[in-house]
Design a protein around this ligand. Structure first.
Ligand code: ATP
Length: 140
C-alpha cells in the first residue's frame, strides 16, 4: 500500500512521525483527506479530530488548531496542541468545559467571550476524541 510521511509537531515536541496510508485533518474549510501523491497544499487547521490510517490501524488525535502543509509524499502538521486519544485527560477536559460554560453563562466584565468560546470548543473536541480507542480497521 502506498504511503506518505507524516510529521506532527508542536512548539514543545514531536507528537508523531511515521509512514502512513492516509490522513484526515480538520481544515478551516472542512475535513481534508490526504492520500499519497496529493497535490501540494498549505492550510490552517481548526480544533478537531485527526485520523491517521496506517496498515490496519486507525489512530485518532485531538488537534487544537495550527497549520498543515502537503509536499510530495510528505505531510507536516504544526499544531498548537495535539494529544493522542488515549492520552487525553477526560476529567481535565470536563472541568475546562464546565468552567467555560459557567463563564459564558455569567459573562462578567472580565470574561473574554471569544477566548472562552474557543476554550469550550477545545474541551468538547477533546471529550469527543477521548472516546476513540485505537482499533483495527474492520475492512480494507
Ligand atoms: P485546560 O483549560 O484544561 O488547561 P487548554 O485548552 O487551555 O486546556 P491548551 O492550551 O490547549 O490547554 O494546551 C496546553 C497543554 O496541555 C498542551 O500540551 C496540551 O496538549 C495539554 N492538554 C490540554 N488539555 C488536555 C487534556 N484534557 N488532556 C491531555 N492534555 C491536555
Amino acid at each position: 500500500m502506498a504511503t506518505l510521511k507524516l510529521d506532527i509537531v508542536t512548539a514543545e515536541r514531536l507528537i508523531f512521525s511515521d509512514d502512513v496510508n492516509m490522513v484526515v485533518a480538520p481544515g478551516v474549510e472542512g475535513q481534508l483527506g490526504i492520500l499519497p501523491h496529493h497535490a501540494p497544499l498549505m492550510t490552517m487547521l481548526q480544533p478537531g479530530e485527526l485520523l491517521i490510517r496506517k496498515d490496519k490501524e486507525e489512530i485518532y488525535l485531538a488537534v487544537s488548531g495550527g497549520f498543515l502543509e502537503v509536499r510530495p509524499d510528505k505531510v507536516t502538521i504544526l499544531a498548537d496542541a495535539c494529544e493522542h486519544a488515549e492520552d487525553i485527560d477526560a476529567t481535565r477536559a470536563e472541568i475546562a468545559k464546565r468552567r467555560a460554560e459557567e463563564l459564558l453563562k455569567t459573562r462578567g466584565p472580565d470574561v473574554d467571550v471569544a477566548q472562552t468560546e474557543a476554550t469550550l470548543r477545545r474541551a468538547l473536541m477533546r471529550l469527543k476524541v477521548a472516546q476513540r480507542k485505537r482499533k483495527p480497521k474492520i475492512s480494507a
